[in-house]
Design a binder for this molecule. Structure first.
Ligand code: F0G
Length: 458
């Protein structure tokens, strides 16, 4: 008998208590945090859906790995284990450890980029874009048209727009295009997957033009899940085989192990090119540490090696995607507008449509983020005009094309009843939606303002 209930495929051995708060207390906390949820104390949050990065619960196997971490400065056993796991998974010849994803990006794109160079991606994650631009190169996003429409259904909304990729290579001249980056799943595009067919097409275009293809592999296992379920010819492949096939289409990858590595800290970059590896190693030594530990401890390297195996467990992946889908489906049934279909690591609410009475210059996404905290102690993140909009020198404000709110689900942290609680809070949000007020920015820094800006309800 096959039962329809998908259970969390783990038992809980260690718990972390959640401090319950009242709406009255939360009114005070959020006021003190200037209506910016990054400025809240984590202890004042009931359900933390700010990110799925670095807050996973490690398994007992990973914790036991921590105990045998080899902390030798050079050539540690734990490094060898992490290196061989990554070589087996990616097939790339060289692996460089880093303290997290953006360190891998800074090193790699610092070496590949520079003035006059261009990178093209399905969507650059914000740290990827920042590191490319920091090297004085340019970052161009080529998502598909359907990927930009929140309610449009398509199995692979994270795909690269291949005709736009080709025309951009032509416009920029292929010798100036330093690299093509495929982000799987496409985080900024709604956590949507990229198909193998699309990856193959992108790879062929890159080969034809002699441009390196790099995979941002943060959520490669979740992407493999969607390929197995949605691309017929992969239905009998294992998740790991699918990931391996995708890596084989590219010349290297960066990965924040804080996502599909199921650890709290760590990352790496892996490459085939000997020349580029040597350049990156020199950079690595200057800022991260010796080439056999990067910025991570031996015990963390053990945990990454084990996490990268566990993440491909079919029971784990089924539970993982089922829990995100469960939340998304319930919200749809309730009539909350979300980005469809539900992605891998998060549910994205279309705040512009939910709060259609709040104009974009009053930040409907930030209003929803604040109300979710006030009503239920839920912390989420605004992915709209607060994050991507800006104030120009002449004071003119630029707004983002979408006003989304991300409910990112940490790995192995919350159970179904936590998610049911989130759903109940949304019922209240829906009841009170007409009363919801807009928000104004009262203080903002020049860069990455969403982290530190101060707000006020209008
Ligand atoms: N690439 C993608 C697609 C990411 O989602 C992230 C991080 C990074 C690179 C950078 O990795 O944080 O280890 O330096 N995303 C987190 C998030 C922060 O909340 O989505 P990092």
């Amino acid at each position: 008998m096959k039962y329809k209930t998908i259970i969390e495929p783990f038992r809980i051995k260690m718990v972390e208590s959640i401090r319950m708060t009242t709406e009255k207390e939360r009114e005070k906390f959020i006021k003190e945090a200037k209506y910016n949820l990054f400025l809240l104390k984590a202890d004042d949050v009931i359900i933390d859906l700010l990110t799925d990065s670095g807050i996973a619960a490690m398994s007992s196997k990973q914790w036991s790995g921590m105990m045998i971490g080899d902390e030798s400065y050079a050539g540690a056993k734990s490094w060898k284990k992490m290196e061989s796991t990554i070589k087996d998974l990616t097939g790339y010849k060289h692996v460089l450890p880093t303290h997290q994803g953006r360190a891998a990006e800074r090193i790699l794109y610092g070496c590949m980029g520079g003035k006059g160079k261009t990178f093209i991606s399905n969507t650059h994650f914000d740290t990827t874009r920042a590191n490319i631009e920091f090297s004085n190169a340019e970052a161009i996003d080529c998502p598909t048209e359907i990927g930009k429409k929140p309610s449009a259904k398509h199995p692979f909304k994270g795909n690269m727009n291949v005709s736009k990729l080709t025309s951009t290579i032509k416009d920029k001249h292929q010798e100036n295009v330093a690299g093509v980056i495929l982000t799987v799943t496409n985080n900024s595009g709604g956590g949507q997957p990229v198909s193998m067919k699309n990856a193959r097409e992108v790879s062929e275009i890159c080969k034809k033009h002699n441009i390196p293809l790099i995979i941002d592999a943060c959520r490669i296992a979740e992407n493999a899940y969607f390929i197995k379920k949605r691309e017929k010819e992969y239905k009998n492949h294992t998740y790991k085989e699918i990931a391996q096939e995708m890596f084989a289409l590219a010349d290297g990858c960066t990965m924040s192990a804080k996502k599909d590595g199921i650890v709290n800290m760590g990352g790496f970059l892996a490459l085939n090119s000997q020349k580029l590896t040597e350049q990156c190693r020199n950079e690595l030594i200057i800022t991260e540490g010796f080439i056999t530990y990067g910025g991570i401890t031996g015990r963390d390297m053990e945990a990454i090696a084990i996490g990268l195996e566990e993440v491909f467990d079919p029971d784990y992946l089924q539970y993982r995607i089922a829990s995100t889908t469960y939340l998304g489906k319930k919200l749809v049934q309730m009539g909350i507008p979300i980005m469809l279909p539900v992605g891998g690591h998060a549910v994205y609410i279309d705040a512009k449509s939910l709060y259609s009475h709040i104009p974009v210059d009053q930040y409907p996404g930030q209003a929803l983020v604040c109300n979710l905290y006030l009503k239920g102690g839920i912390r989420s993140s605004e992915i709209g005009s607060v994050m991507f909009g800006k104030k120009e020198e002449n004071g003119k404000r630029i707004y983002a094309p979408m006003e989304l709110v991300r409910l990112a689900i940490p790995r192995r942290v919350y159970t179904q009843s936590h998610i049911d609680y989130v759903i109940e809070v949304f019922e209240q949000i829906k009841k009170e939606k007409i009363k919801a007020k807009g928000i104004k920015i009262v203080k903002e820094p020049k860069y990455l303002r969403h982290f530190t800006a101060h707000f006020k309800f209008i």
